[in-house]
Design a protein around this ligand. Structure first.
Ligand code: TXA
Ligand code: MG
Length: 334
């Protein structure tokens, strides 16, 4: 199969919708990361997503909608707080978990009795969902385990020959995947941090962050979000988080060079091994996955990354980095 890349336009959306309505998969831009889009209600289509990604069967997919009316048939119940959050943050990078209705196949929900739903902000994504007239299952469009794609080229690099079409909607403004939440005891429980931050959610209810967000789940521990237990976002290079800033970070990286070494600093001047990964959490979120992919293209052995802040979108950056680094954090004082 040849994989075609077409720029986002009325015509390319019609072509993509035809493929999806016939049970196929398309690379779809969103404001977070690119997704692999298929009909969420078609078991075989969803199975082929798992195949294309090499994804474990028990890791459920997010179902994407373009209008509020599309939510009701997918779920058994919509809590009051979900309606308030939808009003505030949909369309946008927020995924909410609901008890699933019978029309959601078990393959889509990874065998769980819940379903994750989000309404993306990206116009290209919403046009595509509208043109299909279907809820769209879409995991990030990377091979399972590798960094999520934030450009059409990233999708092509992983999916060439596996899917017929990628819609090129340019770069992703958010750059990390959506915030995933569920509701527990009247609280908002964050399973995966993202563009809609804990601070933003706390205006609506008490917020708790799942312990798997910043820690490695123990072997065989039951996690609320199956995606948390898998090795993720990992380039081939050895990623190590350095718990230091400014000169102390720079000195550590310079004195611990080993093979081809890259050092991603927050707002650093770019020279030698140093590359700027952004002076704010928003910029870091936009650039992180792309820089991890570039590190591999440049044959890096080691990638040191300056510890990000955990405020706002910084928590999402930290969560992805921890997994990319296999939870390896070093401190120059050790
Ligand atoms: O921003 C995003 O959410 C992107 C774009 C393409 O929309 N999609 C995305 O999908 O990141 P994926 O499949 O890479 O990540 C979905 C995450 C996984 O960690 C999965 O375990 C969790 O959401 N998830 C999905 N359904 C769930 C459910 N019913 N209960 C708990 N976690 C769920
Ligand atoms: Mg993913």
């Amino acid at each position: 199969m040849n994989t075609e890349i077409l720029p986002y336009s009325g015509e390319s959306i019609i072509k993509a919708a035809e493929i999806i309505k016939n049970g196929g998969i398309v690379g779809m831009p969103t404001e977070t990361v690119y997704g692999l889009a298929a009909n969420a209600l078609d078991e075989n289509a969803v199975r082929s997503i798992f195949e294309a990604k090499g994804r474990p069967q028990d890791n459920p997919l997010i179902v994407h909608i373009s209008r509020m009316e599309m939510l009701r048939p997918l779920v058994r119940e919509i809590p009051e707080i979900a309606l308030k959050l939808a009003e505030a943050y949909w369309c946008g990078p927020l995924t909410m978990i609901f008890p699933k209705s019978d029309i959601i196949p078990d393959v889509t929900s990874g065998g769980l009795d819940t379903v994750a739903v989000r309404m993306p902000e990206s116009k290209a994504a919403r046009d595509l969902i509208d043109a299909c007239g279907l809820p769209i299952a879409a995991p990030s469009a990377n091979l399972s385990g590798s960094p999520s794609p934030t450009t059409a080229k990233h999708v092509f690099d992983d999916m060439n020959g596996r899917i017929p079409l990628i819609i090129d909607g340019g770069f992703c403004s958010c750059g990390v995947e959506s915030t995933v939440i569920c509701f527990r005891d009247g609280k908002i429980h964050i399973l995966r941090p993202g563009g809609v931050t804990a601070e933003m959610l706390s205006q609506f209810a008490e917020v708790e962050v799942d312990k798997a967000v910043c820690a490695k789940p123990a072997e065989n521990e039951r996690v609320l979000s199956p995606g948390m237990k898998y090795k993720h976002y990992s380039p081939k290079a050895n990623v190590i988080i350095v718990d230091a800033h400014g000169e102390s970070f720079a000195d550590f990286c310079t004195s611990h060079k080993c093979g081809k070494t890259i050092a991603l600093g927050a707002g650093v001047e770019e020279q030698g091994i140093f590359i700027d990964y952004g002076s704010t959490p928003e910029l870091q979120a936009q650039r992180l996955f792309s820089l991890l992919r570039e590190a591999d293209e440049n044959g890096a052995d080691i990638v040191y990354v300056e510890m990000p802040t955990r405020d706002g979108v910084g928590l999402a950056v930290y969560n992805r980095l921890l997994r990319a680094a296999g939870f390896e954090v070093v401190s120059p004082d050790d």
